[in-house]
Design a binder for this molecule. Structure first.
Ligand SMILES: [Zn+2]
Length: 133
C-alpha cells in the first residue's frame, strides 16, 4: 500500500471527523482541494472505498454521502438514523437486527453480504423545536 494513499485516507478521515453531518465525495474534494488544488475526484473515491472497507467510514446509501464511524463495535452492524430536518445522523449498534436480516435472506439459499439499514425521520432536538415553535 502506498504512503500517499495512506496519507490521503487519513486526511479524508480527519475532515469527516471534524464534521458532524455527512459529506458527499464532492464536499470532501472541495475541502481537501484548499490544501491540494490538483487533487482528483478518483483519489477521493479510492480513499473512501478503502475507509469504508475498513469500517472507519460509513457510506450513507440513501444520501450518497459519507460519515466517520463513531461506534466502537464490529463493522457493518450499525443502524443509521438520519434526520431529514437538520441532517444529523445517529449511529446505533444493532447486531441482532443485522443477524436477523442475514437469516431472512439465507432461508432461500441467498448468500448475504453487505447489509444497509438506514432510517429517515426527525431527531430528538428537531422534534422538540417543533413543539416549542
Ligand atoms: Zn434534526
Amino acid at each position: 500500500m502506498s504512503k500517499q494513499g495512506e496519507q490521503m485516507r487519513s486526511n479524508v478521515l480527519r475532515v469527516l471527523r471534524q464534521r458532524d453531518a455527512p459529506m458527499s465525495a464532492y464536499d470532501l474534494l472541495r475541502e481537501l482541494q484548499s490544501d491540494a488544488p490538483r487533487l482528483a475526484p478518483t483519489t477521493i473515491y479510492r480513499a473512501l472505498e478503502k475507509l469504508v472497507e475498513r469500517g472507519s467510514v460509513h457510506r450513507l446509501e440513501s444520501l450518497n454521502a459519507f460519515m466517520a464511524c463513531r461506534c466502537e463495535g464490529p463493522v457493518d452492524m450499525s443502524v443509521l438514523a438520519i434526520c431529514d430536518d437538520c441532517g444529523a445522523v445517529e449511529e446505533n449498534l444493532a447486531t441482532s437486527v443485522h443477524e436477523q436480516l442475514s437469516n431472512i435472506a439465507s432461508q432461500s439459499g441467498f448468500e448475504p453480504g453487505r447489509r444497509v439499514v438506514e432510517i429517515h425521520g426527525r431527531c430528538a432536538s428537531c422534534t422538540v423545536d417543533e413543539v416549542h415553535s
